[in-house]
Design a protein around this ligand. Structure first.
Ligand SMILES: Cc1cc2nc3c(=O)[nH]c(=O)nc-3n(C[C@H](O)[C@H](O)[C@H](O)COP(=O)(O)OP(=O)(O)OC[C@H]3O[C@@H](n4cnc5c(N)ncnc54)[C@H](O)[C@@H]3O)c2cc1C
Length: 302
């Protein structure tokens, strides 16, 4: 019986494990190897690690965790969580199972991109969703926005100070006149021809449309959505927020006793949505670990 099983080893799960390990709580960390920033070459806006490849960041975190005798890392996928506070069972995809007194879910979210040929390959290598993470690299250049939605106007607002020029590519070439007025008022031009595919790489992205190719340095996707990467929120009947994230309190507790959540998959109701960033995920992981330590201190010893 572990004190805690942490499901997920992105920034949220790794930090949760570090904090628990430093408090000598036995912890098993499970990792199925599906990271939200998996395709990204360099992460940004991470103080002390601006420009670090995410894989190097995870490798260095794992190397540091190896020094903590109470932390066990396992490259294995979890498939089911059952039980109650003080006695949870986690079923693994290989048919084995493990038990723990507390569970921290840190399984992140997966991006659902619009069905544009080439976009999956470009994702994280020339196509992005967050100007805080990837805009500055295209300073002064022509930046494209894929999709004409309300989010497009929001993106223009954020990218306006960074880009030399902003071009919006409505997916099917058509735009609601109100949205069109909003986009042009915000300072973008609109390329009104259906998008057929995208390609290229960072700094040299091609948007192919029905009336020819357009070159941009980087592309921001305004028409995507996210979903929970793992089935545990649904399995456990956790209270969810309109954003699709799990509702947590200040210390990462969910609506179900003994289950905490940290990272992209969860946020407090006071926030307008998922605050997707490496630092925010790690900070949430640390708070969730503190919440678990606090609770275990007052719980009867097992
Ligand atoms: C294209 C792109 C670029 C980005 N660039 C930046 C950037 O430059 N800077 C920045 O701060 N943020 C960036 N982000 C956001 C950042 O990637 C996320 O906010 C961060 O990774 C969230 O961390 P997390 O730990 O919550 O989830 P993740 O990093 O997604 O980790 C989820 C973990 O859960 C594991 N997992 C999932 N299901 C299971 C299961 N069933 N069993 C076991 N393990 C499981 C996965 O293997 C993984 O270890 C970017 C996001 C995208 C999409």
């Amino acid at each position: 019986m572990y004190d805690v099983i942490v499901i997920g080893a992105g920034p949220a799960g790794l930090q949760t494990a570090l904090t628990l390990g430093r408090m000598h709580r036995s912890v098993l960390v499970l990792d199925s190897g599906e990271y939200r920033n998996g395709p990204v070459a360099h992460m940004h806006n991470v103080v002390g690690n601006d420009g670090t490849p995410p894989a190097d960041f995870r490798a260095s975190a794992r190397a540091q965790l190896a020094a903590y005798g109470d932390v066990e890392m396992r490259d294995a996928a979890a498939s089911q969580v059952t039980g109650e506070r003080d006695d949870f069972t986690v079923e693994l995809a290989d048919g084995t199972s493990e038990r723990a007194r507390r569970i921290v879910l840190a399984t992140g979210v997966a991006d659902a991109l619009p069905a544009v040929p080439g976009l999956d390959d470009l994702w994280g290598r020339g196509a992005y969703n967050c100007p805080f993470c990837d805009g500055h690299e295209f300073s002064g250049a022509r930046i494209g926005i894929l999709g004409a939605t309300e989010r497009s106007a929001h993106l223009i607002g954020m990218l306006g100070r960074i880009a030399g020029e902003i071009v919006v590519f409505p997916l099917d070439g058509t735009t609601d006149p109100d949205v069109m007025a909003q986009l042009t008022q915000a300072g973008a031009t609109v390329h009104r021809a259906p998008v057929t595919s995208v390609g290229g790489a960072d700094g040299d992205v091609t948007v192919r449309t029905a009336d020819g190719d357009a070159a941009v340095a980087g592309l921001f996707v305004a028409a995507g959505s996210v979903r929970q990467r793992a089935p545990f929120a649904e399995q456990l009947g956790l209270r969810m927020l309109p954003s699709g994230a799990i509702e947590v309190d200040d210390f990462g507790s969910t609506s179900r006793p003994g289950i905490s959540a940290a990272g992209d998959l969860a946020h407090r109701a006071a926030l307008p949505g998922i605050m997707a960033s490496v630092i925010a995920a790690a900070a949430a992981g640390q708070l969730a670990a503190v919440g678990v330590v606090r609770e275990l201190m007052v719980a009867p010893a097992q």
